[in-house]
Design a protein around this ligand. Structure first.
Ligand code: AMP
Ligand code: MG
Length: 546
């Protein structure tokens, strides 16, 4: 099969590896796989555990393309054996990385790949580097007191959401496959002392690099500046080659390059969080060990999608009290995390002012991109500070007043014909927007008046832009998805998968390939959350148990 000029392989045996991480970074000399603190090394070599009867649940054909492999290859037994961890291909060099992290605002010490095992790096036909990583393929030196395994429900969630985010155009790690291990794993899903046996599974994830803020933090905290420098030099050379060029050709000092690198991490992180805010994605556990230095969404745990617009919403039960990682806090937390990264690399730069300026750059970048993003969501030609700042602020306040489905609201707004002569009055709202409200009884006179007022301001602003309805709608629809991985939809797919029926996973994967398109045959997936799902576990809130 050929796509463009790329020849796809029908077998995975032909994959060739170029393992820079293990080749260029310091390794742990201990090769026995037992839990321990690993000092002076970026990784430990470890082999995935074998499982009895693996079964392929789903694969992503787009992720397979990144490895230049065809769908035929994905359907082979070898694919299942390799990507569950039963077999290593020639050229693979499997390892777990050492990292630390701040969890819920507190330094947590060594964490590391406790249940992730990297298989190696592939350079595809487009010269892109992809690291392959199994999640849930057994314990490593970094597993602490846990088992290194993952259950079906969390694996399906990671698989579907990674690919959904990609199709939404949001920077993310990718998911190649999800494979049931055929073995059972014990989990106390509600942390209430009632552990249950659940089916185990392994996801194969792909990213140019899985390096996290925490990979740098661990060496800084241990005052191991030599390894810290090796890791940063490696990162710049491998994943930020445009910066490395300055180093080589412009002979800039390494401090300058390190600072430029940090500024770029700040920019990428800002852009990623803007995208989360655009679609209502809440990561749920923004610990520094879950922050990618490439600005990719990484580690899909108790994430969720905002249903009714609520800045305080968090999907993570562990965070229900403090709401540190709730929807509206994500931009500020990302900056806090960047400040921890700045602290970590400080010994290599020793220039507080410049690092602080980079953190300010994060805020400026976030603000700028967020304003542009909101203007696009509203179908404005440009963000105009004087008028639009208030317009957007007012809208977000109004959306929070009553339970309003964020996704449905913006799609509906795009359809309003502001050129027609109908009047924006309470009857119009009650008729036209009624489907976006979870509790119509909340629609008081006061609320309706505020919404009418806002729509009239918006209409005036539209007139100023003078964009034809159709063009405005197209712009809005390309920024406001119609289909997202609604929390309850993911849970329905998991419920079925646990019964051995994987059809809804395939269905959602297909649906979410075209999140911005009208798909008349799939209207049922674009409805607001049904009432039965309001408080159901998995549909509204999740624990970290996975
Ligand atoms: P998370 O909050 O899921 O990103 O995980 C935080 C840390 O715990 C990371 O170092 C993970 O590798 C580790 N971890 C989470 N679950 C497990 C598990 N079942 N077995 C081993 N390590 C785990
Ligand atoms: Mg993690």
């Amino acid at each position: 099969m050929a796509i463009g000029h790329t020849q796809l392989n029908n077998t995975i045996s032909s994959l060739t590896f170029d393992n820079t991480f293990t080749r260029e970074l310091p390794e742990d000399n201990e090769i026995t796989n037992y839990r321990r603190h690993v000092l002076g090394a970026c990784y430990s070599r470890v082999k995935p555990a074998s499982v009895a009867s693996p079964k392929l649940i789903a694969y992503s054909k787009e992720a397979a393309l990144l490895l230049d492999i065809s769908e035929t290859a994905c359907k082979t037994d070898e694919f299942t054996q390799v990507f569950v961890g039963n077999k290593l291909l020639s050229g693979m060099d499997s390892y777990a990385a050492c990292y630390g992290g701040h969890q819920f605002g507190t330094w947590a010490g060594q964490l590391g790949d406790g249940r992730a095992i990297n298989l190696g790096e592939i350079v595809n036909n487009r010269s892109e580097r992809w690291t392959l990583q199994l999640k849930g393929a057994g314990h490593t030196p970094y597993s602490r007191n846990a088992d290194g395994l993952a259950v079906l429900r969390s694996s399906v969630r990671e698989f579907l959401c990674s690919e959904a985010m990609f199709h939404l155009g949001i920077p993310t790690t990718r998911a190649l496959s999800v494979i049931a291990t055929g073995e059972m794993v014990e989990r106390d899903m509600f942390y209430d002392g009632h552990p249950k046996e659940e089916q185990g599974a392994v996801v194969c994830r792909l990213a140019p690099s899985f390096i996290r803020f925490g990979n740098f933090e661990i060496f800084a905290f241990r005052n191991d500046i030599v390894t810290l420098k090796k890791l940063l030099d490696y990162t710049i050379k491998t994943d930020f080659p445009h910066l490395a060029e300055n180093f080589l050709y412009l002979k800039q000092s390494s401090c300058k390059i390190y600072l430029k690198w940090f500024e770029e991490v700040c920019r990428r992180t800002a852009d990623m969080v803007v995208e989360w805010m655009r679609v209502g994605f809440v990561h749920g556990v923004m610990n520094t060990d879950n922050m990618s230095i490439l600005g990719l969404t990484i580690d899909y745990g108790p994430y969720g999608w905002v249903e009714n617009y609520d800045q305080n919403w968090t999907p993570n039960t562990t965070d229900a009290k403090g709401r540190r990682y709730c929807f509206g806090n994500q931009p500020a937390i990302a900056q806090w995390n960047l400040a921890q990264l700045a602290n970590a690399i400080y010994p290599l730069i020793e220039d507080v002012d410049s690092l602080q300026q980079a953190l300010v750059l994060y805020s400026t970048r976030f603000q700028e991109q967020w304003q542009n993003m909101m203007a696009s969501k509203l179908g404005l030609r440009n963000f105009e500070y004087e008028s639009d700042k208030i317009l957007i602020k007012d809208l977000l306040n109004i959306l929070s007043l009553v339970e309003t489905d964020m996704t449905l609201f913006f799609r509906k707004l795009a359809l309003v014909d502001f050129n027609s002569d109908y009047f924006i009055n309470r009857e119009f709202i009650l008729k036209y927007f009624i489907d976006v409200y979870y509790m119509p009884s909340q629609l008081t006179n006061d609320y309706l008046e505020r919404m009418i007022d806002w729509l009239n301001h918006y209409a005036k602003r539209m007139t100023k832009d003078n964009l034809p309805n159709q063009a405005r709608r197209m712009q809005m629809d390309s920024h406001n998805p119609k289909y997202i991985l609604r929390n309850y939809l993911g849970q329905l797919a998991i419920d079925k998968a646990q019964e051995g029926d994987f059809s809804l996973i395939d269905k959602l994967l297909e649906l979410l390939r075209y999140p911005y398109s009208e798909q008349p045959e799939n209207e049922e997936f674009a409805q607001k959350r049904p009432d039965w799902a309001r408080n159901r576990a998995g549909c509204s809130m999740l624990s970290c148990s996975s």
